[in-house]
Design a protein around this ligand. Structure first.
Ligand SMILES: [Zn+2]
Length: 461
């Protein structure tokens, strides 16, 4: 009993000392999370000063996008103790950004967002290193993304999210038993806003739904039926879309429309005004033309701040396990009052990005034709496949039908499969066949010297 009383007393003293150091520390708020145990901590959480130390010195976080969300994210992460942040963005600063992208000033207009944002955050938050990358995300080697422990997305395009998702899902490897190899898992934290609406979510590829698993979440972009545009325009947007989608192709044949080219935009605007006069539709302005053509939704600073704060907090949770993470998708609506909820989503077991697929080992010199022969002989697929078509990511490697596509893809049959898969020694192929109800995912691993064995062993089944 004596020893229990003693340890209580020791604990009380320890708490007191800690309380003193809490008030003194620059990271007092963080200390409350990282130096004490709690009921809500994540699996394997060990409180102690090492956590802050690793946040500041070991961990590398990549922020993608230095716009409305990106500025908020960089500030939040730097102030949350993250010491090494990289930021990538291909844009330069526009005067219209200044109302919400608060790291930028008038004199920065025209300069790369990533560079100015990095500089500003380093000036304001002592001790943080922010490395800017002024380029497109596709310009970086895939290995660039491998170097970060967590990737945080502050993007406004589905294509860019999809691309990063496919990169991190590409890192994911599965164990023999079909469970994801945790060492290959790269967490993504994704934020998005549109006007007064926003979302934040956490993606652990192979464990929680990836971006591709829940593509259905994104509503299709607003489009107008072509017949309305052509026959019965009723709104300024109808006139603008007519000029954009129909007149441009008719009157400026062979020129591809560039929404960032002011002359192109002016042309669309002029045509739309003329069409408006014809149909007695007023209210067509140059900025509305830009908005309709570029599908611009007004950006709201507070939505960005709320979504970025949620993303930064989730990043901190993943990095330290100081709390269990969100499950898995947070929705925010600020149109009428404030509404926020978190919804668990299910993984798509047949997702072409993150599900394991049926493992198949092939020789690294195998051609696509020989690979197809091997599949047809494989006892696991024998009854399921008759005339398989094969694709890799977005590329049709071989299509059995229609005849035009068959002819186009036929030369690939004699190509090396490894080359067709961009030299990746592990990858997932999608197999379509009229005998299959859905897509068959086959996880191909290339090995050396399998050629002679393959046909015998696999053919036996
Ligand atoms: Zn998925």
């Amino acid at each position: 009993m004596g020893s229990v009383a003693y340890s209580h007393q020791a604990l009380a003293i320890a708490n007191l000392t800690m309380a003193d150091s809490l008030t003194a520390s620059r990271w007092a708020d963080l200390d409350r999370l990282l130096l004490r145990p709690g009921n809500l901590v994540g699996p394997g959480f060990e409180p102690g000063p090492e956590l802050l130390d690793s946040l500041q010195n070991d961990l590398r976080v990549l922020v993608i996008g230095a716009g409305g969300l990106g500025c908020e994210l960089l500030k939040d992460l730097a102030l949350s103790g993250f010491g090494h942040i990289d930021v990538i963005d291909m844009d330069t600063i526009d005067v219209s950004n200044l109302n919400r992208q608060f790291l930028f000033r008038m004199q920065d207009v025209g300069k790369p967002k990533a560079e100015v944002a990095a500089q500003r955050v380093m000036q304001r938050v002592k001790g943080v290193t922010v490395v800017p990358h002024f380029c497109r995300i596709e310009e970086k080697d895939v290995s660039f993304y491998q170097d970060f422990q967590i990737i945080v997305l502050g993007l406004d395009s589905l294509e860019a999210r999809s691309y990063i998702n496919s990169v991190v899902c590409g890192f994911l490897e599965y164990e023999e038993d079909g469970s994801p190899n945790l060492a290959t898992l790269k967490p993504l934290v994704d934020g998005g806003t549109e006007g007064f609406k926003g979302h934040a979510r956490v993606i652990f590829p192979g464990i929680t739904p990836c971006f591709h698993c829940s593509l259905w979440l994104f509503p299709p972009q607003v489009t107008f039926p072509l017949c309305t545009l052509a026959e019965t325009p009723r709104s300024p947007a109808h006139c603008i879309e007519y000029a954009h989608l129909i007149q441009w192709g008719q009157e400026r044949q062979g020129e591809s429309f560039d929404a960032d080219n002011p002359e192109h935009m002016k042309w669309i605007y002029d045509q739309a005004v003329k069409r408006g006069e014809q149909y007695n539709i007023s209210g067509i302005t140059y900025s509305l033309t830009q908005g309709v053509v570029k599908n611009i939704v007004p950006a709201i600073a507070s939505t960005n701040a709320i979504v970025a704060a949620t993303c930064a907090l989730e990043t901190l949770k993943i990095a330290t396990m100081c709390s269990t993470g969100m499950d898995v998708y947070m929705q925010y609506t600020g149109t009428e009052g404030i509404y926020m909820r978190t919804v668990p989503h299910d993984k798509d077991p047949n997702c072409i990005m993150c599900s394991p697929g049926v493992p198949v080992e092939v020789d690294n010199t195998i051609t696509l034709q020989k690979f197809l022969d091997q599949l047809l002989k494989d006892s696991r697929f024998k009854l399921k496949l008759s005339k398989p078509s094969v694709s890799y990511h977005d590329h049709n490697l071989y299509m059995q039908a229609p005849p035009v596509l068959e002819e186009m893809t036929r030369p690939n049959l004699q190509q090396s499969l490894l080359d067709l898969m961009d030299g990746n020694t592990v990858g997932v192929l999608n197999i379509n066949d009229r005998r299959l109800t859905g897509v068959l995912r086959v996880r191909v691993t290339f090995k050396e010297g399998l050629d002679s064995i393959d046909m015998d062993t696999v053919g036996g089944g």
